[in-house]
Unconditional design. Structure first.
Length: 255
């Protein structure tokens, strides 16, 4: 089975989380029921990819790995008609909207089930997520679902969205869409300037190495112990600042 396809366990879980109802708020159709054979049942529900599983499919994100595309955090339970609908018009049904559908639908299902613990968790998550800034919908869903190895998945998504603007700017610079500033250094000051910039670069590289070796290890938690989403996000923010510094200094260019 390809990694970007949902495993049977993921399909079963996302269906149960949706209460076997379509997550489209304008539909809400029940997706399972009795068949003509009294020993059988029918299902018209499907686990839909929020970010497409294949290149060319709706909302495909090339930056995601196959495993990320096949993870439950990228799944939404829909009836067959709504699945076709959202995949036929991604401009009308962007990924962010589908994440909102899932969260709102699961909230409604929790209310119908009447589990006070589930409702309290929903209120907690709203306040918890509200404490963060710059989270993508996928990062929020990873924090909500806490799937297997969620610490590494959250780190990957946070680094991707935090480093994205920096990498895009660097790509534009290399393509000549705008120029970097040029600083003229008198010959008498050239050697000290180069030495200072080299020392600064070494410091930043050393800090990044320490983040990878130590800070992330602490944020991820010891083996068998759940990590801290707050700490992971905090370390990613620091890593982004260092990446910005590295890009600025690369080639001894800029301020």
């Amino acid at each position: 089975m390809d990694e970007d396809r949902f495993k049977s366990s993921v399909i079963a879980t996302i269906a149960k989380r949706a209460g076997s109802f379509c997550s489209n708020p304008d539909c809400g159709a029940i997706t399972s029921g009795p068949a003509d054979d009294p020993q059988q049942s029918v299902s018209v529900g499907e686990a839909a990819h929020i970010y497409g599983a294949r290149e060319g499919s709706a909302r495909y994100n090339a930056a995601m790995s196959p495993a990320e595309r096949g993870d439950i955090t990228n799944a939404l339970w829909l009836c067959r008609n709504c699945h076709k609908l959202v995949d036929a018009d991604e401009s009308r049904f962007p990924a962010g909207l589908l994440f909102e559908w899932r969260r709102e639908h699961e909230r409604r299902v929790s209310e119908k089930v009447g589990k006070a613990g589930s409702l309290a968790r929903e209120r907690y998550l709203e306040r918890h997520l509200g404490a963060f800034s710059g989270l993508s919908y996928l990062a929020e869903q990873i924090i909500i679902d806490k799937p297997e190895h969620w610490e590494y998945k959250l780190t990957s998504e946070m680094l991707r969205i935090r480093a994205g603007p920096v990498l895009k700017r660097w790509s534009s610079l290399k393509r000549g869409l705008y120029s970097n500033s040029i600083k003229v250094i008198p010959l008498s000051e050239a050697l000290p300037w180069v030495q200072a910039r080299t020392a600064e670069l070494s410091t930043v590289v050393g800090a990044l190495g320490k983040i990878v070796r130590e800070e992330f290890e602490v944020a991820w938690g010891a083996p068998g112990v759940s990590g801290s989403d707050t700490e992971i996000i905090s370390v990613c923010v620091i890593a982004q600042a260092l990446v910005v510094g590295l890009r600025r200094m690369q080639g001894f260019g800029g301020g």
